[in-house]
Design a protein around this ligand. Structure first.
Ligand SMILES: Nc1nc2c(ncn2[C@@H]2O[C@H](COP(=O)(O)OP(=O)(O)OP(=O)(O)O)[C@@H](O)[C@H]2O)c(=O)[nH]1
Ligand SMILES: [Mg+2]
Length: 295
């Protein structure tokens, strides 16, 4: 078993232990109504949200399997299909990374750039978080460690202009992957959300069909507010996939299932630490196994 999975399991231990106490491993149909309700509460507490928790319980009750198997099947059935990321047949794969402040965008870009470099791809990263000079320097450190290249402008430059330049550079110099870092923004900030919509538009002007993916980074410990975040970013920036970070910490895990099922968005990767290697492709089976008690 990989150490990544161990770390994920450790991160999810609180939720798993909470559920373990409620599931004696008996046949599902033999659990009493109040036992099912306790499990439902516990799923809500694990950040699954009330609607998903109710749906999972309804499906589990019907299945006739024991509680753990029933919930596992229900969770897996509700997760959207994990189709592979489509790389464009020609030209660079352009990825826009968005999300609320401090969720882990820049760190995750460092991890992604490292991963793509390890696959032998040429990677250029655009520093479109121009708000703080420190943000560009932080990105520069990650990009250098990854062995990727970076496009930057002066602090305070128009983020859309940086994104445009980066995509043009990616096209002109035959890069395989272009990743655009953006400043964190709260989904209720109209001005900053408009700015993000512009970044997206301008990327499309630099390269037809781009961005090919828009990945929203969500802090796994955020709780229910994450639902609002994804709703709004999806509307404005056209989120196509999720990356949930900090699952090595105090995150309760259910938010991953809730976001993915509610918005029918694939979770592409999960972050389980602060170093370059701490990114794992999302695997629904592993995740659900980590969340549910062992039998
Ligand atoms: N434990 C843990 N910490 C993480 C993970 N991903 C990111 N972090 C930490 O989260 C903090 C914020 O990360 P950043 O990458 O700067 O986040 P950001 O979204 O770029 O932040 P802004 O650009 O300010 O919006 C840093 O201290 C990271 O080390 C993770 O998977 N696990
Ligand atoms: Mg950042």
């Amino acid at each position: 078993m990989s150490s990544f999975f161990q770390r994920l399991k450790k991160g999810l231990s609180k939720s798993r232990e909470g559920l373990a106490q409620l599931m004696p491993g008996g046949k599902a149909e033999r659990l009493s109504e109040s036992e099912w309700m306790d499990i439902e509460d516990s799923l809500v507490m694990a950040d699954c949200g009330p609607a998903l928790a109710a749906e999972l319980i309804a499906r589990a009750k019907k299945s006739g399997l024991d509680a753990v198997d029933a919930l596992r099947e229900a969770m897996l059935a509700m997760l959207p299909a994990q189709t592979p990321v489509q790389m464009p047949p020609q030209g660079p794969f352009v990825l826009l990374v968005v999300g609320v402040n401090g969720t882990g965008k820049t760190t995750t870009i460092g991890k992604l750039a490292t991963m793509y470099r390890q696959q032998g791809k040429r990677v250029v990263v655009g520093a479109a978080d121009t708000f703080r000079a420190a943000a560009v320097d932080q990105l520069a450190v990650w990009v250098e460690r990854a062995g990727a290249d970076m496009v930057r402008q002066h602090a305070g430059a128009d983020p859309a202009a940086v994104a445009f330049d980066t995509v043009q550079r990616g096209l002109a110099r035959d890069y395989d992957v272009v990743i655009i870092d953006t400043a964190g923004r709260v989904q209720t900030d109209r001005g900053l959300m408009d700015e993000l919509a512009k970044v997206r538009r301008v990327i499309g002007k630099a390269c037809n069909g781009a961005p090919h993916e828009v990945w929203q980074v969500v802090d796994g410990g955020t709780g229910q507010n994450a639902v609002m975040q994804v709703e709004k970013f999806r509307e404005v920036a056209g989120t196509t996939g999720l990356i949930v970070t900090k699952l090595d910490g105090t995150a309760k895990g259910g938010i991953v299932l809730q976001l993915s099922t509610r918005f029918a968005l694939p979770v592409r990767y999960v972050g389980v630490g602060e170093t370059l290697e701490d990114l794992m492709p999302f695997d629904g089976h592993d995740f659900v196994q980590g969340l549910l008690p062992e039998k």
